[in-house]
Design a protein around this ligand. Structure first.
Ligand code: ADP
Length: 479
C-alpha cells in the first residue's frame, strides 16, 4: 500500500493536473505567439502597403480636376504613417510625400531607391517589388518598401510606398507584458477553479470512503448521499450493492454455521448417549441393545445423508457434475420412486396415488431426475394432510413437454416463505419430529438439478391446503 501522503490525495492530484494543464496551455499560446506573430503582422502590413500604393496611384493620376491631390495623399499617408515616392521614369523627376519625418523615409535614400532597384522593378514581370529590413545604411530601423509600375498615355512612372517596421518589436513587447499579466490571471483563476473542482470531485469520494469504512467492522447499514456526479453515484450504488451481497453471504454463513452445527451436533450427541447406554445399561439385554443400536444406525444414516447432500449440492453448484441428458422412461422412474417410499407411506398410513400418461419418454439425466423425485416425494410425505394422501402425476403438456407434479394436502407454505424454500438450509419449521427432519438441502439440490436441465419448475402452495411441486422436462420426440 502506498503511503497516505497529501501528494497522493485525489484533491492534490486533480488540483496539480489542472494547474499543469493551464500552464501548458499558456506556454503553448506563448510559443505560437512568438512563432506566428511576426509573419502574421508582416502579411497584414504587406496587404496594407499594397492597398496604400494603389490608393495613392488612383489619387495621383486621377483625371478629375477638382480633386485636391496633395491634400488627399497627405491625409492618407498621415493616417497610415507612411511615405511615398512617385518617380517619373521618362524624365527622371520624382515627387515625394512624407509623413514619417526627417530621415525616416528609406525610399528617399539613394541607397534604397537607386537605379538598380528602379531597373529591377522596371524589368520585373510582376509589375511590383517588395523590400524589407534595414534598408538604409547606418540606420537600425526596419522598413518595408513596395513599388509598382504605372503607365499612362504619356509617361511611365514607378510608385514606391514605405512603412516603418519598428512596430513589430513594440507589438511583441506589448504582447509579452500583456502575456505576463494574462498568465498570472489565468494561473490564479485556474488555481481557484481547480481547488473548487477538486473539492467537488473529492468530497463525495471521501464521504463514500468514510461510509464504506463501516463495512470493516460489520456494519452493513450504509447511507450514501447523492452527488452531482454520475460516476460517483454509481460507485456508491455499487458499494451499496456489494454491501448488501456481503450482508447476505454473512447471514448465510451464520445460518449455515448454526444449521450445520445443529444438524451435526444433535446426531453426534444421540450417538454418544446411546453408545454409553449400551455400554452401561443395555449391553446384556439383547432387545434393548438392538433398539439402542437402531437409534445409532439411524442417526449415523442421517449424518451421512447430510454430508452426502452437502457434497452433492456443492458439486452441483460448482458445476462439477456433468448431466447426461438422454431419453429415459419417466413413468418407470416415477413408479420406482413411489415404490421406494411405499413402506414408509404404509407405516404413516399414507396412500401414494399415481396418475401418469403412458409412454412418458423424457430427455434428462435419469439418476438426477430420480433424486429430484426422491426429494419432492420425501417432502410430501413429511407434510401430508388429513386425507393421508399424496398424488404423483406425470402428463404431456403438449407433445414436446412433460410435466410432473407431486401434490399433498398438508400444511402448505406461507407466501412470504415461498421465495426462500429453494435456498440451502432453509427450513420453515425446525420443530418437526427428528425422524422426519431433513437436511434443509433437498429443494436446493432439486433447484440445481432442474436448472441444469433448463426445466420450468416451481411450487403452488396455500397454507393449510397443501402444496404442488412441479417440474417440466422435454419429451423425447422421434422424428
Ligand atoms: P428439508 O430437508 O427440511 O425438507 P428441503 O430443502 O427439502 O429441506 O425443504 C425446505 C423447506 O421447504 C422445508 O423445511 C419445508 O419447510 C418446506 N417444504 C418443502 N416441501 C414442503 C411441502 N410439501 N409442504 C410444506 N412445506 C414444504
Amino acid at each position: 500500500m502506498k503511503k497516505n501522503s497529501l501528494f497522493n490525495s485525489l484533491r492534490f492530484k486533480s488540483w496539480s493536473y489542472f494547474v499543469l494543464f493551464a500552464l501548458s496551455i499558456l506556454l503553448l499560446l506563448q510559443f505560437f505567439q512568438l512563432i506566428f506573430i511576426e509573419p502574421f503582422y508582416k502579411r497584414t502590413l504587406r496587404n496594407e502597403i499594397r492597398k496604400l500604393n494603389s490608393a495613392i496611384t488612383d489619387i495621383y493620376f486621377t483625371e478629375d480636376e477638382e480633386v485636391d491631390i496633395n491634400g488627399q495623399i497627405n491625409s492618407l499617408i498621415a493616417e497610415k504613417n507612411a511615405c511615398i515616392l512617385i518617380y517619373n521614369r521618362d524624365n527622371g523627376k520624382s515627387v515625394g510625400y512624407d509623413a514619417l519625418g526627417e530621415g525616416d523615409c528609406a525610399i528617399y535614400h539613394e541607397s534604397v531607391v537607386n537605379h538598380d532597384i528602379i531597373d529591377q522593378l522596371d524589368e520585373s514581370e510582376q509589375d511590383s517589388l517588395f523590400l524589407e529590413g534595414q534598408l538604409v545604411e547606418l540606420s537600425n530601423r526596419d522598413v518595408m518598401v513596395y513599388g509598382t509600375k504605372y503607365t499612362n498615355e504619356e509617361q511611365n512612372y514607378l510608385i514606391f510606398a514605405n512603412f516603418p517596421l519598428q512596430a513589430t518589436n513594440y507589438l511583441t513587447e506589448t504582447m509579452q507584458s500583456q502575456f505576463l499579466i494574462l498568465s498570472l490571471m489565468v494561473l490564479g483563476l485556474s488555481l481557484l477553479i481547480s481547488l473548487l473542482f477538486s473539492r467537488i470531485i473529492s468530497e463525495p469520494i471521501v464521504s463514500i470512503t468514510n461510509e464504506a469504512r463501516k463495512l470493516t467492522y460489520g456494519d452493513f447499514d450504509l447511507h450514501f448521499e447523492s452527488s452531482d456526479i454520475n460516476e460517483v453515484d454509481q460507485l456508491a450504488q455499487t458499494i451499496d450493492l456489494a454491501a448488501s451481497e456481503i450482508e447476505k453471504v454473512e447471514d448465510l454463513r451464520k445460518e449455515l454455521m448454526s444449521n450445520v452445527t445443529h444438524d451435526i451436533k444433535t446426531p453426534l450427541t444421540m450417538i454418544k448417549a446411546y453408545a454409553e447406554m449400551i455400554k452401561d445399561i443395555s449391553g446384556d439385554n439383547k432387545e434393548k441393545r438392538n433398539e439402542h443400536l437402531d437409534v445409532i444406525i439411524n442417526e449415523t444414516d442421517s449424518l451421512s445423508k447430510l454430508v452426502n447432500d452437502m457434497l452433492d449440492l456443492s458439486r452441483l453448484q460448482a458445476d462439477a457434475v456433468s448431466m447426461k441428458i438422454e431419453p429415459f422412461d419417466l413413468s418407470t422412474e416415477i413408479s420406482k420412486s413411489a415404490q421406494r417410499f411405499q413402506s414408509l407411506a404404509d407405516k404413516e398410513g399414507v396412500t401414494i396415488e399415481l396418475d401418469c400418461d403412458p409412454e412418458l419418454i423424457a430427455m434428462g439425466d435419469h439418476s438426477r431426475i430420480n433424486e429430484v423425485l426422491y426429494n419432492f416425494i420425501s417432502n410430501a410425505l413429511k407434510h401430508y394432510g388429513d386425507d393421508h394422501k399424496i398424488i404423483i402425476s406425470g402428463k404431456f403438456v403438449d407433445k414436446s413437454t412433460i410435466r410432473v407434479e407431486i401434490t399433498d394436502h398438508g400444511t402448505g407454505i406461507e407466501e412470504e416463505n415461498l421465495p426462500y424454500i429453494w435456498d440451502r438450509y432453509f427450513k420453515i419449521d425446525r420443530q418437526y419430529r427428528r425422524s422426519q427432519a431433513g437436511t434443509g438441502l433437498g429443494l436446493a439440490i432439486n433447484k440445481a438439478i432442474l436448472e441444469d436441465h433448463k426445466s420450468n419448475y416451481g411450487v403452488i402452495s396455500a397454507p393449510g391446503k397443501g402444496s404442488t411441486f412441479y417440474f417440466e422436462l422435454k419429451a423425447y420426440e422421434v422424428n
